[in-house]
Design a protein around this ligand. Structure first.
Ligand code: GAR
Length: 201
């Protein structure tokens, strides 16, 4: 399919991630099979050994590693953020998709893509922003967990919620088993919601 003749015009997305890249893979598979009308222009990681960079290579998507600096966990340097912002702008990216990106996004990236940055979070926000979401849900005795897809604003996991998917927590569940259920839900939901958001422009 020729993406430039499709109904959606602003469909160039970049994916930012720090981990395995299973959600990036799900997005790329949805694009490959025509379920998601988008073009993944670029994949950026703040970890040089992240699986998401291998996913990019497997799908022939340009990728780059951006050194986040040696700040605290969750913190990325001003230089790195500027570098990422410049890359996205010069690549003509319309939407920034965070898929397991473990750094907190702020300006200038936020300003450059205001309202056009999506995040995927492994909890039913506003419950459990931040880290160790599944462990916290299990410790609280919750009967369900899930994922949230939201727009990114200047807070941590606080932006406008676009979609949530729920998974049950049953007796015998562990962090690993619940995480696997959340991943499965994410892989279905994220490509769908990205498609919806792109279509709405
Ligand atoms: C996903 O489960 C996503 O919800 C989570 O990281 C995982 C990435 O997996 N995101 C966060 O925790 C963001 N704070 P993947 O690399 O296999 O797509």
């Amino acid at each position: 399919m020729n993406h430039h003749t499709g109904a959606s015009l602003q469909n160039r997305i970049a994916i930012l991630g720090s981990g395995r890249g299973s959600n990036a893979r799900a997005i790329l598979e949805a694009v490959a099979c025509g379920q998601l009308s988008a073009e993944v222009a670029l994949i950026i990681s703040d970890r040089h050994d992240a699986g998401i960079l291998e996913v990019a290579a497997a799908f022939g998507v340009p990728s780059s590693f951006v050194d986040p600096g040696d700040g605290k966990r969750g913190r990325i340097s001003d230089e790195a953020l500027q570098q990422i912002t410049d890359q996205l702008l010069s690549d003509g990216v319309d939407w920034v998709v965070l898929a397991g990106f473990m750094k907190i996004v702020r300006n200038p990236l936020l300003r450059a893509f205001d309202g056009r940055i999506l995040n995927l979070h492994p909890s039913l926000l506003p419950k459990y922003p931040g880290l160790n979401t599944v462990k916290r849900a299990l410790e609280a005795g919750d009967a369900e967990a899930g994922c949230t897809i939201h727009l990114v604003d200047s807070g941590v996991d606080t932006g406008k919620i676009l979609h949530q998917a729920r998974v049950p927590i049953v007796s015998g569940d562990t962090v690993e088993s619940v995480t696997a259920k959340i991943h499965a839900a994410e892989h279905l939901a994220y490509p769908m919601v990205i498609g919806r958001v792109i279509q709405q422009g």
